[in-house]
Write a protein that binds this ligand. Structure first.
Ligand code: PEP
Ligand code: MG
Length: 315
C-alpha cells in the first residue's frame, strides 16, 4: 500500500481544516510544464514571458508568441495559467524595450512602464495570448508587472479586455500599489504579490547586489505588513490574492503568507511538496496566529524565530 501511495499523484494544496490553498508553479518556458504537472502543480501562478526573449534583438512576432503560449496552455489542460506580460528592465533587460543608459534601471522605465512606452509590443502580446486562449481549454489569467498606480491598473485592465482577455490582474511588487491595494483591486480581477521586488523596494536594497543581500529578506515585518494590506483588501473585495515571489517556497513563511490573506501560492516546482506538507498540518486559524507572531517582530530574524517558536507551541 505504501508504494501505491508514493506513486499516487500529489494532492492539491489544502490546510488541516480543509481550506483549499491552490499550489501553482512559477515557469519560464513551456518545456518546464511537464515537470510542474508531475510535481502536482495545480496550474501556473507565474509564467515569466520575458525569459523567452532575453536574447532577442527585436520584438517577438504575434505568431511566435502564439505558438509558445499555446504550448504552455495545452500542457495545463483546463487548469489556471497566469501569464505575466513582458517584465523588462533591471535584472531582466530586453533589447527591444529597455534603454541601457539608465543610471538606476530598477527605478526606471521597466515592467508595465516600458510596455506602455512601446504599446505595440504590449498589444501584440495580448493578441497572441487571446489567440492561444481561444485555441485551448486552459483558464488563462493575464497580469501586468511592476504596477505602481491605480491608473496603470485601470489602463492595463481596459487594454486586456479590449483584446478579449477575461481575467486580468496586476502584480503587487511596488509598495505604493500594496498601500493602495483596495483601490488597485477595484480595477482588477486579482492581485499577485511579487515578494522579490516588493522586498527590494520596501528595503531600498538592490536585489542583485551582494553587499546589501541581508536586506533582501521577505520575512521582514515591513514587507509582511504590506502583504497583509493586500490580503485584507482582497478579502474585502472577494478577489484572489496570490503570492508568486520566492517567499512562497519557504514552508514556514508560506504559512504566514496564508495567515496574512494569500489565497494561492506559486513557486518553483521543486518546492511544491514541502509547502504542500506544511499547509496540510495547520488550520487557517493557526496560520493567522503565526502571521500575528511575525507581524509583532522588529526584524526578519526575529519574525522567523517567533514563528518557529509559535509553531512549536501549536498542537
Ligand atoms: C517578484 O518580484 O517577486 C517576482 C515574482 O517577479 P520577478 O522575480 O520575476 O521579478
Ligand atoms: Mg518582480
Amino acid at each position: 500500500a505504501r508504494a501505491a501511495d508514493d506513486d499516487a499523484p500529489p494532492s492539491p494544496g489544502v490546510l488541516a481544516d480543509g481550506t483549499a490553498v491552490p499550489l501553482l508553479a512559477n515557469l519560464g518556458k513551456p518545456a518546464d510544464a511537464d515537470e510542474a504537472v508531475a510535481r502536482g502543480a495545480e496550474g501556473v501562478g507565474l509564467f515569466r514571458t520575458e525569459f523567452l526573449f532575453l536574447s532577442a534583438e527585436t520584438a517577438p512576432t504575434v505568431d511566435e508568441q502564439r505558438e509558445a503560449y499555446t504550448q504552455l496552455l495545452q500542457a495545463f489542460g483546463g487548469k489556471k495559467v497566469v501569464v505575466r506580460m513582458l517584465d523588462a528592465g533591471a535584472d531582466k533587460p530586453l533589447a527591444f524595450l529597455n534603454d541601457s543608459d539608465e543610471e538606476n534601471p530598477a527605478l526606471g522605465l521597466r515592467g508595465l512602464r516600458s510596455l506602455r512606452a512601446a504599446e505595440a509590443v504590449l498589444r501584440d502580446q495580448l493578441t497572441a495570448l487571446a489567440a492561444a486562449d481561444a485555441a485551448t481549454e486552459a483558464d488563462l489569467w493575464v497580469m501586468a508587472p511592476m504596477v505602481a498606480t491605480v491608473e496603470e491598473t485601470a489602463y492595463f485592465t481596459a487594454l486586456a479586455r479590449e483584446h478579449g482577455l477575461k481575467t486580468t490582474g496586476v502584480m503587487i511588487e511596488i509598495p505604493a500599489a500594496a498601500l493602495l491595494a483596495d483601490r488597485v483591486l477595484a480595477h482588477a480581477d486579482f492581485a499577485s504579490i511579487g515578494t522579490n521586488d516588493l522586498t527590494q523596494y520596501t528595503m531600498a536594497a538592490d536585489r542583485m547586489l551582494g553587499s546589501v543581500a541581508s536586506y533582501q529578506d521577505p520575512w521582514h515585518p515591513a514587507v509582511l505588513r504590506l502583504v497583509a494590506e493586500v490580503g485584507t483588501a482582497g478579502a474585502a473585495l472577494g478577489k484572489p490574492v496570490g503570492i508568486c515571489g520566492e517567499a512562497a517556497a519557504d514552508p514556514l513563511l508560506a504559512l504566514v503568507l496564508v495567515g496574512l490573506g494569500a489565497t494561492s501560492l506559486s513557486m518553483a516546482p521543486a518546492a511544491l511538496s514541502d509547502v504542500r506538507r506544511a499547509l496540510s498540518e495547520r488550520t487557517l486559524d493557526e496560520t493567522r496566529q503565526l502571521a500575528e507572531a511575525a507581524l509583532a517582530a522588529d526584524d526578519a530574524a526575529h519574525a522567523r524565530s517567533a514563528v518557529a517558536a509559535a509553531t512549536a507551541s501549536l498542537p
